[in-house]
Ligand binder design. Sequence first.
Ligand code: MOS
Length: 775
Amino acid sequence: MRWTTQTTEDLLQRFAAREAADSSEDLRRVDALDKVLGRTLYTTDLKRADVLYVRVARSSCPHAVLKAIDASSASRVPGVVRVITAADIPGSKNFGAFVQDQPVLCYDKVRFIGDPVALVVAETPESAEGGVRAVEVQYEKLPAVFDPKESLSGKGMIHERGNLLDRTIVSKGDVTRGLEEADFVVSGTYSTPMQEQAYLETEAALAQKETDGSVTVVGCMQAPFVVEHAVKMVLGSAVPSVRIVVAPTGGAFGGKEDAPEGVCAMAALATHLTGKPALVAFSRQESITFHPKRHPMVIERELGVTKDGKLTAVRERIIADGGAYASLGPRVLFAAACVATGAYEVPNVFVEGLLAYTNKVPAGAFRGFGKPQALFAAELQMEEAARLIGMDPARFRMRNMLRVGSTTSTGQVLKDSVGLEECFMKAIEASGWRVSRDRSDPPANVRRGMGMAALIHPTGLGPVGVDVSSATIELTDGSVVIRSGLAEYGQGIHTGYAKIARRVLGLKRTRVTVELPDTAVALDSGPTVASRGTAMGGKALLIATQRLKQRLAAIASDLLSVKASEIEFEDDEVLVAGSPGKRISFAVLVAECKKRGVLLKEEGWNRITDTNWDREKGAGSPWVSYSFGVHVAEVQVDTETGKVDLLNYVAAHDSGSVIAPAQFKGQILGGVVQGIGYSLMEELLLDEGRIRNPSFLDYYIPTAADVPRITPILVEAPDEYGPFGAKGIGEPPIEPVAAAIGNAIFDALGFPIRTLPFTAERVHEAIAAQGEERR
Ligand code: MOS
């Protein structure tokens, strides 16, 4: 193959040829070509020659009173234009999704190593860095607390409101009686690590001042309207308006949910105070140092089961390490508590979740949002229970799985759309569960095992108010333009949206483009989180498109002299079935509409209001839509080294009707790979609050060599809330991976390891400890 000598033109030609041949266009992402050709302009690619560079001076102390900041030497560094501290902030000094506890720049205290204390704005990156090194900060050290249990016991006051960031309960039935009724009670403590999102593009924001004094910020992010609000608050009434434009975003995984509020505010401040365009962009090390991660959790759990395999009760306590600021923590804890029983029906439940502040980098949103931790504990314990009563773990799970009509742990009756049983059946079949597992004479030091785990994933914002999304569709000259406040950051939402519009309007060759959000023109669609982009926002687009279609059909009915109900939209034409003469092209119809002055634009709104939560009781129907899935992992464990190798992986998912199959499978593969990292290698190591491995040299994420064959399986239980019956798929695939791999290791070794990740060292130690115990 001479692919290395291929030119862009060759590639384009081949792509065009394949496009012509592949009318299903299933494999094509609408943004693929620009990305593979390097044409996509990310935030840092958009900088102009006159841009100023912003670098951040950060706290070197985990906890201290900020006595004084001396910027005089930094200001004298050649090329430095301005040093900015909290005193220069015209508006609100804090931001935060639910609790406004996080300073844009610290003013009274610093609470973790990496907390921002000053901005240095300079003509070159080097000058800005020189300036940062010259900023002198006087700290008065305070006792720091790194352990959430110690924090909750009252050691070291991190915030005035106390170190308990949040407490949440889920309660159903009578858990004491349920545990008494059990023939066996399995108990254990499970621990999960801090995981880094590891998106390829680090955070960046580029701000400029407009002639009227307003500020525009372009950046990578998930929630432009939330960012707009935060930046407005920080700039205060000094600035007439703020406009946020989402740039192509190179991955997010939850890490760009709230961090961009602070990052964009920094860029906006620099621009506002200097009048010049300003770029904030971070190195990998700095990115890892400050942005919120996956919450480490310690989960103490008891599971009651009868000898014939019925679950009687779950009692659980979650202690989550929130780090220095709230971020999305309270919602993550809530989600973890709600799925603590896994995808199973349990009659008696009591879950208490506690979220503690510590003097560490904040924890926040990360794909899965509390579920990977909760399912790890739940599913390892399910495995233990199955072994205890001598029942096949798959059969035991299916005996207790959620079905249509089941009541969840929060007391919600699942009225519809539970494809879990089919997921089990298909995962069992595809993995050769207990039949084809490879028992073929492994070497003496190698043990093989197979493990299973199921998931339940609530889609959407839940009971935090109203989950509202919106979209607009507009017909311009010869093409369709879709606009939404939801962002494309690699997950494939633009492709899904184009497919929805094409399907409704019967368009194949007509150009359909989806714009990135710009708060000056897009409608607020809520944040691009919680696997809601296609499931919730796609419904808004569907509503808009259907409305537009109705209006078009009325004009077509006039042109073709038939009833509007007889009009069909197909293959870029508008026609009447069975009447060959009665057809016009879509383009002609649009041109006719223009002549007649017909509005060629529609808005769609999707408001989900029927959720509820009783915080005191710990019960309610917090979400309207649930996705399900079953994973099976097959591993081999080297008992001499502790190394775990994955042999095979099956992931069956019910996320309702599938809109874009290739993207859907891509989400499954990507989620599983990220879950493999979480299971086997990823762990941010902190030493007195300092991250010891803030680089991809020392923080390992999976490479192709770590990934086995992954078989994605699509199960489609349609849901009334999503477009064409779709549910969320973005997060579910990562959620049960650690549990499935953990159970495969359990199967191989005969005992569970209750702490993630399963590094060779940890597995080796566990094997050695087990040997000691046996002796
Ligand atoms: Mo997502 S973890 O809800 O941004």
